[in-house]
Design a protein around this ligand. Sequence first.
Ligand code: PLP
Ligand code: COI
Length: 364
Amino acid sequence: MSQPSPVEFVRHPHPAPTTPEQRTAILRDPGFGRVFTDHMVVIRYTEGKGWHDARITARAPIPMDPASAVLHYSQEIFEGLKAYRTADGGAVMFRPLDNARRFQKSAERLAMPSLPEQVFVDALDQLVRIDRDWIPDGDGSLYLRPFMFASEVFLGVKPSSEYLFIVIASPVGSYFKSKDSAVSVWVSQELTRAAPGGTGAAKCGGNYAASLLAQMEAGRHGCEQVVFLDAVERRWIEELGGMNIFFVFNDGSMLTPPLGGTILPGITRASILALARDMNIAVREEPYAFDQWRADAASGHLKETFACGTAAVLTPIGTVKSRDGDFVIGNGGSGEQTDRLKSALIEIQRCRAPDPHGWVHRVF
Ligand code: PLP
Ligand code: COI
């Protein structure tokens, strides 16, 4: 991370930042994604000129022409990662280079320009540094949201010739309201999220727009999240609206659906795979059918299921509902292996355990 960034950042600090008293009150119970820090990073892209005009400025609304391409054709991608406060008063991010690489892949799929990895990580570093007082203590973290959208003013359908890359930050607690308990999920057997050849593996806003109706259906059935099945056979479990999924069997072995272009290659998923292998847990990346999930839960062959992602960390799934009826996983609460993997991950993320894979990036 020591190469100089090809982009120079100009700093315009907030003229009237939040007072320490206001911030303390906000940080007491931030929830998820509702409150924001004082600053943002903005970098412009123009065809022929490349990335330029990199600024760290007061967070403010973005003036937008009503014909901006993103408002019509949704050429938009984003990322999500967290910064953590460390015991020595410093700050770290978890695997930001992997987010930078996934951002490049998403950009490629959406016919957008590639942002150099170093610029992506530098932008995050700069924002975490200027808004360092916003990183919550304890279990909280600073959720970082880099995103890029088409800003050309033009109604023809083509890749935009202008883009804005922006990073904002939000102090967060737990994603789910019930912090330590298992969540219920609704299996969507009609609405799908991503088809082969589509954008499922990209982190683009459109995928989330497409998931909302199924998420609403989940809510109507009293579930926190929706599980999507494959779009071809409506049989194979893919992922949740905003998380990947793992299954734990009674012999301790684990399974997660393979990356086949229709699910997001989660960085938490990749980390769990590596941690499981470090712990000598047999783990397979193989298709798993919804029917099999139900049968294995009933027979006791399946012991645990958990969702994983930056926002959710590891969240146990206790109850599964669908139009064909409900079933419970294990005792309906968290499981031993889920807890073990969750704490192994959190200890590394927060610099309380050795980091053999070199995942932790120190900001200061
Ligand atoms: N799947 C989807 C659809 C997501 O939105 C996310 C969250 O970013 C994940 C999986 C998990 O990815 P990660 O672990 O990189 O946060
Ligand atoms: C994340 O975990 O970063 C996501 O983007 C998921 C979303 C549900 C907040």
